[in-house]
Design a protein around this ligand. Structure first.
Ligand code: ZN
Length: 324
């Protein structure tokens, strides 16, 4: 009876945020950042509202930035108990290109250096803080040949997410024991964790900020981060591990594009663990991703009503349509 090999999370699966204006959101992520609009669907828990997905050509796990379209929600503030920065990876030589592009499209940005790596900081159309980090790997990336940003400079997917917590001890414990993360390094109030093979797409930064303010789940904030797991069996094992670690974990939920479990880490941030498959090509071919309203089979009965109530979305097709 050999000791069980501790499971590891390979990295980020997707990040989900709240937008107050799906059209401005699409204009920004496609028209400015050059991600592909890979899926137009609905929030399965609030099915009168959009859930839209951006990513690489296929929305490969590790590249999918997604939004709930909740226009009637308040716009409050990001803060502790939340993911406060979403970082994308771009090739090390591409920051000059990106700075020029953002200038042309009138998106404010500034250059920073964190953990000895250069990055551009900017905000999306809803005010969510983003970083373009000059450290990339092409391992998991499927380029979008018709994208508005040249492949040489295109975003490769997520680099990392940053959580801000009022207190880190319990989170540190969960991450480094049950969840298999390890501390990579530390700088000021930020502790950098890595999982899986480490490097871009598997980095989690945690800022301890007891002074607050506390974040509010609202427009312009990150709703949750999903971590990858290869398949449903591994996901069930994660569920057991997390229950044993004292987390209150949901049952497995079929999201159609992947299966998911959810729990809050001790600092209050909503974590999801999502399977790599089946992915966004489950109901659309790679060429037609994002072109229609995609609904899981059990929501098809609502299609006529949804066509009536959901506002149309126009996906920009050129590099110059980003800024309104
Ligand atoms: Zn999710």
């Amino acid at each position: 009876m050999g000791a069980a090999v501790a499971a590891t999370i390979p990295g980020i699966h997707h990040v989900t945020c709240i937008t107050g204006d799906v059209q401005k959101c699409v204009d920004f992520y496609v028209g400015v950042l050059g991600l592909r609009f890979v899926k137009k669907s609905i929030n399965q828990d609030l099915p009168d509202t959009y859930h839209i997905y951006f990513g690489d050509y296929l929305g490969t796990p590790g590249t999918a930035m997604t939004f709930f379209g909740w226009p009637t929600w308040p716009k409050q503030r990001a803060g502790s108990g939340q993911i406060t920065t979403v970082s994308f990876q771009v090739p090390p030589g591409s920051l000059g290109f990106w700075s020029n592009r953002l200038k042309e499209l009138r998106v404010d940005h500034r250059m920073v250096t964190t953990f000895e790596t250069d990055a551009l900081m900017l905000r999306d159309a809803d005010g969510i803080e983003l970083a373009l980090v000059a450290q990339a790997s092409d391992d998991r990336w499927k380029p979008w040949p018709d994208g508005p940003v040249d492949e040489e400079h295109a975003i490769r997917g997520f680099h990392s997410v940053t959580m801000t917590l009022a207190e880190m001890a319990a989170t540190f414990n969960l991450l480094t024991t049950a969840m298999g993360f390890r501390v990579a390094t530390q700088e000021g109030k930020t502790t950098r964790f890595e999982t899986g093979q480490g490097g871009p797409h598997s980095v989690l930064d945690v800022i301890e900020a007891p002074e607050g303010p506390e974040g509010e789940e609202s427009i312009g904030t990150v709703h949750h981060v999903a971590w990858r797991t290869p398949d449903p069996d591994a996901q069930v094992a994660w569920r057991d591990t997390l229950l044993t670690a004292g987390r209150n974990v949901t049952p497995v939920i079929d999201r159609w594009y992947f299966k998911s479990i959810y729990f809050r880490e001790p600092g209050g941030v909503l974590f999801e663990i999502a399977t790599d498959g089946p992915g966004f090509t489950v109901d659309e071919s790679p060429e037609e991703l994002g072109t229609g309203l995609s609904l899981p089979p059990w929501f098809q009965v609502r299609r006529d009503r949804l066509d009536e109530i959901l506002p149309p979305i126009v996906v920009p097709t050129t590099a110059t349509t980003g800024a309104h």
